[in-house]
Design a protein around this ligand. Structure first.
Ligand SMILES: [Cu+2]
Length: 475
């Protein structure tokens, strides 16, 4: 009967191994979650189509080895003639997915582990999230919250009824007494003061609490950003002071001069001197602000030296690319008719200037060096927004736009300043209509001269064989 003695131990061992394995699994799914959120959420969700297809159960429909190859470089897999890859690409209107050569096999596997975990816990279908009154199973959380909503509606209606009765009773009392039962004038005047205090208090609270979340705290990370922030602060200070004075006067006078039946309002039709002042002062202040703004704007959009590094920012539904001009510092021409599978940006293959161009999906810039940006959109209007650099420009199909700026704080310096080791600068799309503009995001890295050159050297040029070492030499 030795075997029975061993049984508990064996069971324990099995249980231990099992929990260790599942622990390992949980850990990698945890890592996968972070990676997924950092790299994939701009185009993918588990349960719905974003730019790419919903990834629910993708581990069931594809083999792991295939997934690893696909995620590393889907275009390569497609080009190799892989039937599944070609089909997936075709089904999704041939919008290319970003390559993730920098992710290791293990990292990709942990992303797949995360997708697997999420697929199991995700709702069975998108339909389930639409609240319906005819819930077959019943008893889910949607039923519960809709019951509460109905309850609130009923309570609200009852309250309106009660208030109506209170007024009816008050009217009856007034009729009987022959004078108003409630002095509405004094109640309204007190409400004026309450509104003033609560309103100003909420304004201050808003500044204190949500002011911390704005980009203003760490200061601008570009040269012109200093002037820009300065102007913003001056405008805010002037309008802030005027706002407080006018609001206090408005509500205070409403309170002070409530009608008490004894006072008679003074008839005061006009005063030319007063009107002159309150027209002239704001006019002068606004003119000064606007002229200052025009001067700043013309600095920001001035022509740059020909030696300034040229970078093209390319926007599409829904993502960004950047194209560096390469050794000649000349961006090759582009031609929308050439936009296609291998040439997603439609770079003109007949233009030799394009051969040494470098296309990336992570923007690196050298600190304290100006950059000249040319913007181009493939499909619809996008808006290139660099919040930390106080720069924004519309990206319009068929209409080239440009600006330049000089970054002044490297990513690592900003990480130190913010005491946040995970901080990254970003390029966002500021168009918020429909679709997924709000998810368009490109990481921006501000490097030291050495790091920037190292990075640029490691990027492949469009036509292999063209060295990009000269691009690095570019001042
Ligand atoms: Cu956009």
């Amino acid at each position: 009967m030795k075997i029975f003695k061993l049984l508990p131990k064996t069971a324990l061992l099995i249980a231990l191994t099992f929990s260790m394995i599942s622990n390992l699994f949980a850990q990698s799914a945890e890592e996968g979650k972070t990676l997924f959120q950092a790299n994939c959420t701009s185009c993918h969700a588990i349960n719905e189509k974003v730019v790419g297809p919903a990834l629910k159960d993708v581990h069931k429909r594809r083999e792991e080895a295939w997934l690893v190859k696909w995620i590393k470089n889907s275009q390569k897999l497609i080009a190799s003639g892989d039937a599944v890859a070609v089909l997936v690409y075709k089904e999704n209107n041939e919008s290319p997915m970003t390559a993730f050569e920098n992710l290791s096999d293990n990292q990709i596997k942990s992303i797949i582990a995360y997708v697997k975990v999420e697929s199991e816990t995700a709702a069975p279908a998108k339909i389930a999230e639409i609240p319906t009154t005819v819930a077959a199973g019943g008893g889910n959380s949607n039923d519960f919250s809709s019951a509460i909503n109905w309850l609130l509606v009923v309570i609200g209606l009852l309250l309106v009824g009660v208030i109506r009765y209170v007024f009816l009773i008050l009217n009856r009392i007034s009729d009987i007494q022959g004078k108003p039962a409630v002095n509405w004038n004094s109640i309204n005047s007190i409400l004026m003061i309450v509104f003033l205090v609560v309103g100003l208090g909420a304004t201050v609270w808003e500044f204190m609490v949500h002011g911390k979340l704005t980009y203003f705290n760490e200061g601008p990370a570009s040269e012109h950003g200093v002037e820009y922030d300065n102007m913003f602060m001056i405008t805010l200070a002037i309008t802030g002071v005027v706002f407080i004075i006018t609001q206090v006067l408005l509500f205070w006078y409403g309170f002070k001069y409530k009608s008490d039946g004894k006072r008679k309002a003074l008839y005061y039709p006009d005063n030319h001197k007063l009107e002159l002042w309150w027209t002239a002062v704001p006019a002068v202040v606004l003119t000064v602000l606007v002229i200052r703004g025009l001067i700043t704007w013309s600095h920001m959009t001035a022509k740059t030296e020909p030696s300034t590094r040229n970078v093209e920012i390319f926007a599409y539904q829904f993502g960004w690319n950047a194209r560096y001009a390469g050794a000649d510092n000349k961006l090759g021409k582009h031609d929308f008719r050439q936009v296609g599978k291998v040439n997603a940006l439609g770079v003109d293959t007949a233009d030799a200037n394009a051969y040494d161009d470098i296309i990336v999906n992570e923007l690196h810039l050298e600190v304290n060096q100006p950059v000249e940006f040319a913007f181009r959109a493939k499909d619809v209007i996008h808006s290139a927004y660099f919040p930390h650099f106080r720069a924004q420009m519309n990206v319009v199909p068929g209409l080239p736009t440009r600006f330049h700026f000089t970054p002044t704080v490297t990513t690592s310096e900003m990480r130190e300043k913010k005491k946040d080791a995970t901080f990254d600068y970003i390029l966002l799309c500021n168009k918020i209509c429909g679709g997924a503009h709000y998810r368009m995001k490109m990481k921006v890295v501000i490097d030291t001269k050495e790091d920037f050159q190292k990075w640029l050297k490691s990027q492949p040029v469009l036509v292999s064989g063209k060295s990009n070492s000269a691009a690095v030499a570019l001042k």
